[in-house]
Design a protein around this ligand. Structure first.
Ligand code: SAM
Ligand code: SF4
Ligand code: SF4
Length: 363
């Protein structure tokens, strides 16, 4: 029976490919800034995008700023304000490298949830090497503590989350990171399995890649093999910690899939059919829309209404291709529906806080 197509659940605004980091796991930073900046959607373009999405999806849906580094675009606050005025909820990712002057502004802004990337807690060098820049760890830790302090001082409700890549170099850091989250009352942590760095590419030069003939590089396969035993034990511990109440956003479904993956990556191709085709709507810095971030765009939102992109011949082709896709990015967080609900917890938390303030006569 043909599954009925609903509307997208995961909307991403990749506002720029530009980035000041040189993460070893990512290829985005290789995009040359001076070439691409003038091609990016303008502030007004993004506001128009929001209005088009609002006409289609109504109020209450949320989207996440990502990239590249979203805070390299100072206008994301203005875009977030516009979203808020339309009843749309906003989250953002960040590498925390250039946000020192923005802490107050972030806490006061309509951004409801900020996800800071952090790959280690006990060993700063592990984080800095993974990000390709010294001082990155110190900046991220400072950002976390300052944002919490300002949020609490203002009785604000910004959700502060950590996003961590799980990779061979940081396995000893995974459990301490969860302990750090719990100890510091950070809203939660989301783990993401290291994927091929070619999956994290800028969109101007690389529009898509051949997903049905993809072969995992032998080096990456060897890395996974090397980490399989230890990583499986760690994921078991994460499951225990989640059951005990630690705020780990990954669903049990994803954590269990990770264990299958570590022990034989190819099994996951049979077990999990990637459903990005029916859940994702990712808008790149130039307005091109992808359901799968590794496949070709299915339309451009400057030229076409989102609902006409969602149901068109290119989208159908993409959905068809996902069925024979041989890539492993299906292990990434965006492909596990239950994660969205968990991530949105901070929105619920914010709504609750608002209610408490109203009852206390503070608003
Ligand atoms: C592409 S970044 C964009 C946002 C921002 N620049 C940042 O790093 O937070 C989004 C997330 O992908 C993660 N990431 C980067 N390379 C990855 C890889 N090869 N596998 C899995 N996650 C990766 C980053 O650590 C970050 O949490
Ligand atoms: S992961 Fe984020 S911070 Fe690192 S290079 Fe890619 S876009 Fe930049
Ligand atoms: S696994 Fe999913 S996200 Fe990755 S390339 Fe295939 S269809 Fe796209």
């Amino acid at each position: 029976m043909k599954q009925e197509l609903t509307k997208p659940q995961q909307i991403t605004f990749d506002v720029t490919d530009r980035c000041q980091m040189k993460c070893v796991t990512c290829s985005k930073w290789k995009t040359v800034a001076s070439d691409v900046m003038s091609k990016e959607l303008t502030t007004q373009d993004w506001k128009n995008v929001l209005e088009k999405l609002h006409n289609w999806l109504g109020e209450g849906f949320w989207f996440c700023f990502s990239g590249g580094e979203p805070f390299l675009r100072p206008d994301i606050f203005e875009i977030a304000e516009h979203a808020h005025s339309l009843g749309i909820k906003v989250a953002s990712m960040t590498n925390s490298f250039s946000i020192e002057h923005l802490y107050e502004k972030i806490v006061d802004s309509p951004i409801e949830s900020l996800n800071l990337s952090l790959n280690a807690i006990n060993n700063p060098i592990v984080h800095d090497i993974s990000r390709g820049r010294d001082g990155s760890y110190a900046k991220t830790i400072a950002a976390i503590h300052e944002l919490i302090r300002i949020r609490n001082q203002k009785h604000a409700s910004l959700g502060i989350n950590i996003a961590t890549i799980m990779m061979p170099e940081n396995l000893d850091e995974i459990i301490p990171l969860v302990e750090f989250v719990t100890k510091n009352k950070i809203n939660g942590i989301m783990f993401q399995l290291m994927d091929d760095k070619e999956s994290f590419h800028g969109y101007f030069y690389q529009k898509g890649c051949p997903t049905h003939t993809y072969k995992m590089p032998q080096m990456l396969r060897d890395e996974y093999k090397k980490m399989a035993k230890k990583a499986t034990e760690i994921v078991d511990k994460l499951i225990e910690m989640k059951q005990a109440g630690h705020s780990i956003y990954n669903s049990y479904e994803q954590l269990n899939a990770m264990k299958v993956f570590f022990n034989n990556p190819d099994d996951i191709l049979k077990e999990i059919i990637c459903d990005v085709g029916t859940t994702n709507f990712a808008i790149d810095p130039y307005g091109d829309v992808r359901l799968c971030f590794n496949m070709l765009p299915v339309g451009n939102i400057k030229e076409t209404l989102p609902e006409d992109i969602w149901i068109n011949a290119e989208s159908e082709k993409c959905r068809h291709l996902t069925k024979t896709c041989k890539m492993y990015c299906r292990m990434l967080n965006c492909n596990f529906k239950h994660n969205f609900a968990n991530f949105n917890k901070s929105f619920i938390h914010k709504a609750k806080n608002k209610l408490v303030k109203i009852l206390a006569g503070k608003l």
